[in-house]
Design a protein around this ligand. Structure first.
Ligand code: PEP
Length: 254
């Protein structure tokens, strides 16, 4: 039952907010969390160079997520960082397979699976993203595409690890465009993903949260969350201001 899952909202700050803004926004977020009454989990993913400041400003009250990680433990990978590097900073979650990483940085299904596995092995909680492009949706390939992406991720997750996994369904055509999926479109794909979760993880699948992402805002979050298989949101643009992310989180309470 979806109602057993505590909704989870994560802000993805992408390439925004330097040190000062990270500290200020996180301080404001932490101050606003109490009003949510623990009915929704909230996290935020700052720029990598601000993660340490973010963890410090969060004072253990707001989990911090990284936007990416390399799957290797160490080696000749200039410009990258590992799960262990994130863990030693106190980072809790890591987003893997965001569509911008898939489209611009070569993160294919195999790499996303390796990153998911590395995160689980290193004690981080992966938020693994999937989603179809507009051409794929218009070509009737949404479920084939999303199904392949989800299966690649679930192939490396054991049923006992289900509680540590979050999936995010983010139709690429809805990210940063202002065009969000209708609640019915989101529910249709979320129900499909939940079926795949059940197939791979059995009854343990019930604890996996599936966020929706794509132009979620304070005024559309509640409609999306009213769908039985939508368990929260991964939020880009509307997460940059603490007030807006807190309003979305408030709208996501069940
Ligand atoms: C995202 O980057 O994951 C995202 C959903 O962005 P936006 O909310 O801006 O569409």
């Amino acid at each position: 039952m979806s109602t057993a899952r505590v909704p989870f909202v994560c802000g993805n700050w992408k390439l925004h907010h330097g040190v000062a803004a990270t500290r200020a926004q996180i301080t404001e977020l932490v101050a606003g969390l109490g009003a949510l009454g623990g009915a929704v989990d909230v996290a935020v993913a700052p720029v990598a160079t601000c993660l340490s400041v973010a963890v410090d400003a969060a004072q253990g009250r707001l989990p911090i997520a990284a936007q990416n990680v390399h799957f290797a433990e160490k080696g000749a990978f200039t410009g990258e960082w590992s799960v262990a590097h994130l863990a030693e900073l106190g980072v809790r979650y890591v987003i893997v397979g965001h569509s911008e990483r898939r489209a611009m940085f070569g993160d294919d299904d195999a790499a996303v699976a390796k990153k998911t596995r590395a995160a689980l092995d290193g004690g981080l909680l992966p938020i693994a993203c999937v989603g179809e492009t507009l051409a794929e949706r218009e070509g009737g390939a949404t479920k084939a595409v999303v199904g392949k992406q989800v299966e690649a991720i679930l192939a490396v997750v054991k049923p006992d690890e289900a509680v540590r996994l979050t999936l995010a369904y983010e139709p690429v055509w809805a990210i940063g465009t202002g065009k969000n999926a209708t609640p019915e479109q989101a529910q249709d794909v979320h129900a499909f993903i939940r079926g795949l979760l059940h197939k791979h993880l059995g009854e343990k699948a019930a604890v996996v949260r599936v966020q929706y992402g794509g132009s979620v805002k304070p005024d559309n979050a509640a409609q999306l969350m009213a769908q039985p298989d939508v368990d929260g949101a991964l939020v880009g643009g509307a997460s940059l201001e603490a007030k807006s992310l807190l309003a979305i989180a408030a709208a996501c309470r069940r």
